[in-house]
Structure formats: structure tokens, C-alpha cells
Design a protein around this ligand. Structure first.
Ligand SMILES: [Zn+2]
Length: 406
């Protein structure tokens, strides 16, 4: 009980916080919002990037009035997107039972802590002895295990794909969706012909919690944390953006050199042990044909490049598969995703995962932004985990089939 109270005390309050959505219908508005991003410490849930792409900003009560006044003065259309951030945070964990055993399995209708997910992962090799193998590929900065499940009926991975969730700590739905898909791939083996042929024909690698330090921190201290938890020399600000830290085109467009910024690229490429460990594992393996780095939110299926608006030489293939994935996803319950290259679809981002893996030879590399389009943003209610899992699973099947045949 004392432990629980201690936990509750240290969790940061977002009482009175709202999320404001501003529309960007002129270059002047865009310039103002970019300036706002540069000169304030507001938490941008959706960054200013281009005309017609709205901007979401979380504001504390004392900031709210000021920002709304600024926007009004400049005739920038805006509305309150999320009225009560704290209430949505509460709903995400309301009535949660975290128990995970080999008997109960993991409850897909709830969000889970890192420890609960690990407890579940450790049951998988015994539950699925012919196809599931747990690989500890290394440790996070704070010493948490980076646990990957390898799913295959073969000892050697002739062809393989990899997908992961939770690179950005607060994007809980990415981890929950990956957990759902992982569990379903395992239980569908021998039942679903597509899954069976994939698991027999190659290997599927799944890392549910890419950034376990950051993810744990969102449960214990700050629900809005995005980065890793490694300290920065000469700064009181902690953490690096793990999706700006990959060793390809590092430090270019769409990154920050300010350790206090949420898009801080780190002191050097691969300065973050989690990013380096995953990146080198994939590169050195040499057999990966597909990679997906799951995020939220915005409903976007994105291929390289992130660092430039230029299109890569495999753009036609990659974009065609994006179209297939998005169609498969939409067929489940009508959820619509946009697709295209990272830079042209959301914003330029250098040193990101999909650019790195593609450059390392993984043809079908993607960055995917899951549900929703802002009604809940990062605070998606738990009753959307299964629907998100179900639709994304169909897209992932289409992606894996194509990746294996490349
Ligand atoms: Zn993200």
C-alpha cells in the first residue's frame, strides 16, 4: 500500500491541461507556429510542418489563456481538441489488473507496464516451444532488458522481418498493438494459413518495448515523456529522441541539438544504447527484409526517406506496399491511413529508424503512426487496443508476405 502511494505521489499531474489544435492555412501562420515551437517549451503533440497540416499543442492552465490570445490575434483558427488531459490519463489505467501469468496470459484490453510485458514474454517459449524463442539483445541505459521474441519454426532465419513498439515512451498504443499482434501470431500458427506459411517460411522478430526506461518513466513519473532516460553532459535535461539518433544522416533536418528539446538527436549517432543495440543487430544480421517502427498518433504508413524530400530508388515498390497495407488495414473496420514518404507525409526527420534500416539493406522499412487522429492523441482509451491490434495485424501480414517474397 505504501509503495502504491509512493508511486501515486511521484506521478506528475496534468490537472487542467488541454490540447489545442491550430489550423495552418497560411505561410504566415506556419511561420508563427514554427517560431512558437522554437521559442517556447510547449509540448507539441503534432508539430508545425506544412500548410494544411494542423498543429496540436498541450498547454498548462496558465499557458492556455496566453496561447489562445496569441492565436486569436493572428487570426489562426484553433479549437480545444482535448478538454481534460488528466481525465484521459486516468481512463487509460482505470480498473486495470496487471496480473500476467502463463495461465492468464496478457490482457489485450489493458495497457501494461514494462514488468508485466516482460513477465508475459518470459512465458512464451514454454507456451509455444516449437516457434517462440526469447532473445535478450542487450540492456537499456538503466539496465532493463531489450527482449525480442523470434517466431519461426526454423532454426536459421533465411528471411526475416522485424517490428517494434514503444520507441517513443508515451506512445503506449504502439507497444499495446505490438503485444496484441505478437500474441496473435503465436496463437494463429497452425490455424491461420498466412501466419503458418510466414512462420514456416522465415522468421518474425518482435520487440514490444524499444525504449523501456522511457516507457517505465511514463508509468511512474511523467506520462508525457517521449525520449530515452540517459543524462546529457552539461545540461539538466535528460534524454535523447531515439528516433533521431540512428546512424544515418544523423543531425540533419527535423532534429534539435538542444538536449531539452523533445527531438534532441543526442551527442552522437547511436549515443543511445537502445538505438545502437537494435540498429546494429538488424544491420549485422543481414537477413531482414522488412522493418516497422510503430508510433502514434496520426494514422500514417510511411516509407523512407525522412531526411530528405527526395524519393529513394525503391520508392515505387515501397509506396505500393504501403498502399496494400493501408487497404488491408482499412478493410477491417474502415480506419483510414494516409501514406507516402516520411518527409512528405509528416515532416522531415533525420537519423530515424526506417531511413537507417533501409540504408542497411532492409527494403521494406517503414515508420507507422497508429491511431488516432487526435481525439485522444497519445491518450487512446484501452478499448481501442484490440481494434487497433486487429486492423494493424492485417496490414502487417500483407507487409510480411511481400517482404518475404523480395
Ligand atoms: Zn513516435
Amino acid at each position: 500500500m505504501l509503495l502504491l502511494l509512493g508511486c501515486a505521489w511521484s506521478l506528475k499531474s496534468f490537472e487542467g491541461h488541454k490540447v489545442i489544435r491550430a489550423e495552418v492555412d497560411s505561410l504566415e501562420h506556419l511561420a508563427y507556429l514554427l517560431e512558437l515551437k522554437r521559442n517556447t517549451t510547449f509540448d507539441f503533440w503534432a508539430e508545425p510542418a506544412r500548410l494544411g497540416q494542423s498543429v496540436d499543442v498541450r498547454v498548462a492552465p496558465e499557458q492556455c489563456h496566453w496561447l489562445c490570445e496569441q492565436l486569436s490575434e493572428r487570426h489562426i483558427p484553433f479549437r480545444v481538441l482535448i478538454e481534460d488531459v488528466q481525465a484521459l490519463m486516468g481512463k487509460q489505467v482505470e480498473g486495470r489488473e496487471g496480473m500476467v501469468t502463463s495461465q492468464t496470459g496478457i490482457d489485450y484490453t489493458q495497457y501494461h507496464t514494462y514488468e508485466e510485458i516482460v513477465a508475459w514474454l518470459k512465458t512464451l517459449p514454454a507456451s509455444y516451444p516449437t516457434i517462440a524463442q526469447l532473445i535478450n539483445i542487450g540492456k537499456s541505459y538503466e539496465g532493463r532488458d531489450l527482449l525480442v521474441v523470434r517466431i519461426s519454426s526454423n532454426k536459421t532465419s533465411g528471411k526475416a522481418v522485424w517490428f517494434d513498439g514503444g520507441i517513443h515512451a508515451r506512445e503506449w498504443i504502439s507497444t499495446a498493438t505490438v503485444v496484441y499482434m505478437l500474441g496473435n501470431i503465436l496463437s494463429d500458427y497452425g490455424k491461420d494459413p498466412t501466419i503458418t506459411s510466414l512462420v514456416d517460411g522465415g522468421a518474425i522478430y518482435v520487440l514490444p518495448v524499444f525504449n523501456p526506461d522511457g516507457y517505465s518513466y511514463t508509468w511512474t513519473d511523467d506520462r508525457m515523456w517521449r525520449k530515452t532516460r540517459s543524462p546529457n553532459a552539461g545540461s539538466d535535461c535528460v534524454g535523447t529522441d531515439p528516433n533521431r539518433n540512428w546512424d544515418f544522416q544523423w543531425g540533419g533536418a527535423g532534429t534539435s541539438t538542444d538536449p531539452c528539446d523533445d527531438s534532441y538527436c543526442g551527442s552522437a549517432p547511436f549515443s543511445e544504447i537502445e538505438v545502437k543495440t537494435v540498429g546494429l543487430y538488424i544491420k549485422n544480421a543481414g537477413f531482414f527484409k522488412g522493418y516497422i517502427n510503430f508510433h502514434s498518433y496520426s494514422q500514417l504508413w510511411m516509407s523512407p526517406w525522412g531526411y530528405t524530400y527526395d524519393l529513394p530508388k525503391d520508392y515505387t515498390l515501397q509506396n505500393a506496399l504501403s498502399g496494400k497495407c493501408v487497404a488491408a488495414l482499412q478493410a477491417v473496420s474502415g480506419t483510414q491511413y494516409q501514406y507516402g514518404t516520411i518527409s512528405n507525409t509528416i515532416y522531415p526527420a533525420s537519423g530515424s529508424s526506417a531511413d537507417y534500416t533501409y540504408n542497411a539493406g532492409v527494403l521494406y522499412s517503414y515508420g507507422v503512426e497508429l491511431r488516432d487522429t487526435g481525439d485522444y492523441g497519445f491518450l487512446l482509451p484501452p478499448d481501442q487496443i484490440v481494434p487497433s491490434g486487429q486492423e494493424t495485424y492485417e496490414a502487417v501480414k500483407a507487409w510480411a508476405i511481400q517482404s518475404f517474397s523480395s
